[in-house]
Design a protein around this ligand. Structure first.
Ligand SMILES: [Zn+2]
Ligand SMILES: [Zn+2]
Length: 84
Protein backbone atom coordinates (compact mmCIF):
# COMPACT_ATOMS: atom_id res chain seq x y z
CA UNK A 1 0.00 0.00 0.00
CA UNK A 2 1.69 3.10 -1.21
CA UNK A 3 0.40 6.03 0.67
CA UNK A 4 1.51 8.91 -1.52
CA UNK A 5 -0.38 11.41 0.54
CA UNK A 6 2.38 12.92 2.57
CA UNK A 7 0.98 15.71 4.57
CA UNK A 8 3.38 18.60 4.64
CA UNK A 9 3.87 20.16 8.00
CA UNK A 10 2.24 23.51 7.77
CA UNK A 11 3.34 24.44 11.23
CA UNK A 12 6.41 26.20 10.02
CA UNK A 13 8.19 25.20 13.19
CA UNK A 14 11.59 25.79 11.70
CA UNK A 15 12.15 28.55 14.22
CA UNK A 16 13.87 31.83 13.69
CA UNK A 17 17.25 30.92 15.02
CA UNK A 18 19.52 33.88 15.06
CA UNK A 19 16.75 36.39 14.57
CA UNK A 20 17.51 39.65 16.26
CA UNK A 21 15.06 40.60 18.98
CA UNK A 22 13.10 43.80 18.58
CA UNK A 23 14.81 46.88 19.81
CA UNK A 24 11.79 47.97 21.75
CA UNK A 25 13.35 46.95 25.04
CA UNK A 26 16.93 47.01 26.13
CA UNK A 27 18.36 44.30 28.25
CA UNK A 28 21.43 44.65 30.34
CA UNK A 29 24.06 42.25 28.95
CA UNK A 30 25.63 42.02 32.39
CA UNK A 31 22.74 41.10 34.67
CA UNK A 32 19.97 40.56 32.12
CA UNK A 33 17.67 43.07 33.69
CA UNK A 34 15.38 45.03 31.43
CA UNK A 35 16.08 48.70 31.32
CA UNK A 36 15.72 51.59 28.98
CA UNK A 37 18.70 53.00 27.21
CA UNK A 38 18.32 56.54 26.04
CA UNK A 39 20.85 56.37 23.26
CA UNK A 40 18.02 56.72 20.77
CA UNK A 41 16.39 59.48 22.74
CA UNK A 42 17.19 63.17 22.38
CA UNK A 43 18.17 63.23 26.03
CA UNK A 44 21.50 61.67 26.95
CA UNK A 45 21.44 58.16 28.31
CA UNK A 46 21.71 57.44 31.99
CA UNK A 47 25.04 55.82 31.28
CA UNK A 48 26.38 59.32 30.75
CA UNK A 49 25.45 60.34 34.25
CA UNK A 50 27.52 57.67 35.96
CA UNK A 51 31.05 58.89 36.64
CA UNK A 52 32.85 56.10 34.85
CA UNK A 53 36.51 56.44 34.20
CA UNK A 54 37.94 56.27 30.71
CA UNK A 55 39.44 52.88 31.47
CA UNK A 56 36.10 51.50 32.63
CA UNK A 57 34.35 52.85 29.57
CA UNK A 58 36.97 51.25 27.35
CA UNK A 59 36.43 47.90 29.07
CA UNK A 60 32.69 48.25 28.65
CA UNK A 61 33.01 48.95 24.97
CA UNK A 62 35.17 45.92 24.45
CA UNK A 63 33.19 43.62 26.69
CA UNK A 64 29.67 44.76 25.87
CA UNK A 65 28.38 46.24 22.67
CA UNK A 66 25.55 48.02 24.37
CA UNK A 67 24.69 49.96 27.44
CA UNK A 68 24.34 48.45 30.87
CA UNK A 69 21.63 49.15 33.36
CA UNK A 70 22.17 51.88 35.88
CA UNK A 71 22.85 49.58 38.88
CA UNK A 72 25.50 47.74 36.89
CA UNK A 73 27.12 50.98 35.81
CA UNK A 74 27.17 52.20 39.37
CA UNK A 75 28.59 48.90 40.55
CA UNK A 76 31.33 49.06 37.93
CA UNK A 77 32.09 52.62 38.88
CA UNK A 78 32.40 51.58 42.51
CA UNK A 79 34.62 48.64 41.60
CA UNK A 80 36.85 50.91 39.56
CA UNK A 81 37.08 53.23 42.54
CA UNK A 82 37.97 50.44 44.92
CA UNK A 83 40.80 49.33 42.71
CA UNK A 84 44.16 50.52 44.02
ZN1 LIG B 1 22.67 45.29 34.72
ZN1 LIG C 1 22.87 53.92 27.43
Amino acid sequence: MADARRLPRNGGDAGNAGAAPPVSRDRCPRCGAAFHCGRHDPEPCACGTVPLGAATLAVLRVRYDRCLCLPCLQALAREARDLP
